[in-house]
Design a protein around this ligand. Structure first.
Ligand code: MN
Ligand code: MN
Length: 315
């Protein structure tokens, strides 16, 4: 199994850092899951730096062991996982970058593999949703965030940024709005009607107040009731987690989930018809002690575990 080039004794501090030491390749034959980096932060409205997210998450992922005791699965033993590398982003051109993201995901999908994307700012959710829609049709979306990302425009008339992807996705009919949940929404907003606007567009909001009252068990129950057996895409903005646990992000909002709650909610997605994941807005430039990227790497590991369990169910 072990490729000596990665560091034959697999010390976490040695060797080349792909995600969890999985082979760096674009050979998609018999691949179940491809890890895809999108080192892009030109959709950012405040402080940039998420372009360094994918590399840092990969580096920290060397700390992960292979077995998930909570979900009772060893995903790397069940699935053939590769690290597909990064999308060829163009920092000064958001639309060209979007096309390249969609194309890379379509290429991976055409080989029958599932994509776990490491961002990058949240603008990349739009091209990711376009690619998943092309394969699965209208999709249910579970969106963890402190922001709805449903502004009409960010930056005076520009349509694409990390404040707009889910509005664009609804406009482009990519999302099944009978099954679109935003979880963890909070913070000051530019307009008192922000939440009402998101609801009108078809999102069901569980604000952080709702979520904390419900607790993770009830949240998970609500997700399952809402999504049912629809194909579901999971978009995880790390700023849904409290800045005490995830300070390394561009637009932090106080009063959020703990890292444990985040893990519990993601594990609770087990049983759904999961078709794709992203983990976005990790900004290593504002992190402390790598705690944000470590959480992101662990969330990606939970995603992998869920995909292994899904494969076990259908076999
Ligand atoms: Mn977001
Ligand atoms: Mn956010």
């Amino acid at each position: 199994m072990t490729n000596p080039a990665y560091g034959s004794s697999l010390q976490p501090f040695a060797g080349i850092t792909t995600f969890m030491r999985q082979p760096a390749t674009r050979d998609l034959e018999k691949v179940d899951v491809a890890i895809l980096g999108v080192p892009f932060d030109s959709g950012t409205s405040y402080r940039s730096g998420t372009r360094f997210g994918p590399r840092k998450i990969r580096e920290v992922s060397a700390m992960l062991w292979g077995s998930n005791q909570t979900l009772r699965v060893s995903p790397l033993e069940q699935l053939r996982v590769i690290d597909y590398g990064d999308v060829d982003v163009v920092p000064v051109d958001i639309q060209v970058t979007f096309e390249r993201i969609t194309n890379d995901v379509k290429t991976i999908h055409s080989a029958g593999a599932t994509v776990i994307t490491l961002g990058g700012d949240h603008s990349i959710a739009l091209p990711l949703l376009r690619a998943h829609h092309a394969k699965f049709g209208k999709i249910a979306v579970v969106h963890f965030d402190s922001h709805g990302d449903m502004w009409e425009y960010d930056f005076e008339g520009f349509k694409y940024s990390h404040g707009t992807p889910f509005r664009r996705a609804v406009e482009e009919n990519l999302i099944d709005t009978d099954a679109y949940l935003q979880i963890g929404i909070r913070g000051s907003t530019s307009d008192l009607n922000d939440y009402a606007m998101a609801t009108q567009l078809g999102a069901r909001l569980l604000t952080i107040g709702d979520a904390m009252k419900m607790g993770t068990e009830k949240i998970v129950e609500t997700i399952h009731q809402t999504v049912g057996n629809r194909p579901v895409y999971v978009s995880f903005d790390i700023d849904s987690v409290d800045p005490a646990y995830a300070p390394g992000t561009g637009t932090p909002e106080v009063g959020g989930f703990t890292s444990f709650q985040a893990l519990e909610m993601v594990r609770g997605l087990n049983g759904l018809n999961l078709i794709g994941f992203d983990i976005v807005e990790v900004n290593p430039l504002f992190d402390h002690g790598e705690i944000t990227s470590l959480l992101a790497a662990n969330l990606a590991f939970e995603f992998l575990s869920l995909l292994a369990l899904k494969r076990n169910r259908v076999q």
